[in-house]
Design a protein around this ligand. Structure first.
Ligand code: F3S
Length: 288
């Protein structure tokens, strides 16, 4: 390694707080109940390695509500996205031990939606319809919630005047887009409560990656090729640092570091496990 070369790992690289907590909870549960019978409601994370490691250890994935309904007296982990209220009820009536790994930031949205819909407000969720987190949020509203993901749907919303609304957001929605959509509703003159429930984990990861890439001679971005947030990280880094590598694991890294390199920066997408990040980091630290 060039004498002056430094390797800096972005603090916000990899799992966000909520995903880390959820994955840890599954491993903890494995420790506790040696007898098995552990399920996750949907894959715990969008990372095949983690899911297959858990599978090898006996953790099974439930893919539908029907499948859940057919189980009794087992342990089921709810992932960070959260679920609708009826899923908790179903688990309770089937005697299922519910291990709730819903991210507390998502849980907060459930609370707002339940309370405000009870108070007679119509729930508007700014987010992507069909996304599991949005589906879960919908299921806490006492009255049918509407999902808005673009300006056209917002413009077309035409409830009677005097309608009271409560607007929340999917945690990973873009803040600028959220503001623009809220503005469309505000112009319509409804009585509105707006809860900005966007989580800043993604934004912070991107901001830190940009800063690091601006200072680095070489930048390494780790994450799945299908992971849209990793791709975004890569594009941001590339815009500041021409020599940016996009790898899935250490095996993909064909690093060429001239002596003039002083700073190598590393970041990773939201579903990249720590183990892979560490392997890459150690490799760069000790082989150049
Ligand atoms: Fe992660 Fe929870 Fe935010 S799952 S992205 S910390 S809402």
């Amino acid at each position: 390694m060039g004498i002056k070369m430094k390797v800096v790992l972005a603090k916000t690289s990899g799992f966000c707080f909520g995903v880390k907590r959820a994955v840890d909870m599954v491993y903890e549960q494995l420790e506790k109940s040696k007898a098995g019978g552990i399920y996750t409601y949907g894959p715990i994370i969008h990372n095949e390695e983690v899911v297959s490691d858990l599978e090898k250890k006996g953790v099974k994935v439930i893919n539908s509500k029907e499948e859940l309904a057919s189980l009794e007296n087992v342990s089921v982990v709810i992932r960070s996205h959260g679920v609708s209220k009826d899923i908790y009820e179903l688990m309770e009536s089937n005697g299922i031990n519910c291990i709730d790994a819903t991210c507390p930031f998502v849980k907060r949205i459930h609370g707002i939606v339940e309370k405000e819909s009870e108070n007679g407000r119509r729930i508007v969720i700014i987010g992507n319809d069909g996304h599991p987190e949005v589906e879960g949020i919908k299921g806490w509203s006492k009255t049918p919630a509407i999902v808005v993901e673009d300006a056209r749907t917002a413009e077309n919303f035409n409830e009677k005047t005097g309608e009271k609304l409560c607007i929340v957001s999917q945690t990973t929605f873009n803040y600028k887009k959220f503001q623009d959509l809220v503005e469309i509703f505000e112009k319509k003159g409804y009585d509105i409560i707006v809860a900005n429930t966007i989580c800043n984990a993604t934004e912070e990861r991107q901001r830190e990656a940009l800063e690091l890439a601006a200072a680095a001679d070489v930048m390494i971005v780790i994450g799945g090729t299908h992971s849209s947030n990793t791709r975004k990280l890569y594009e941001l880094c590339k815009s500041r640092c021409a020599s940016t590598y996009y790898i899935q694991t250490l095996a993909d890294l064909k690093l060429d570091l001239p002596n003039s390199v002083e700073l190598v920066g590393i970041t990773a997408g939201a579903s990249t496990p720590n183990k892979i990040i560490e392997e890459v980091q150690n490799y760069v630290r000790f082989n150049f």
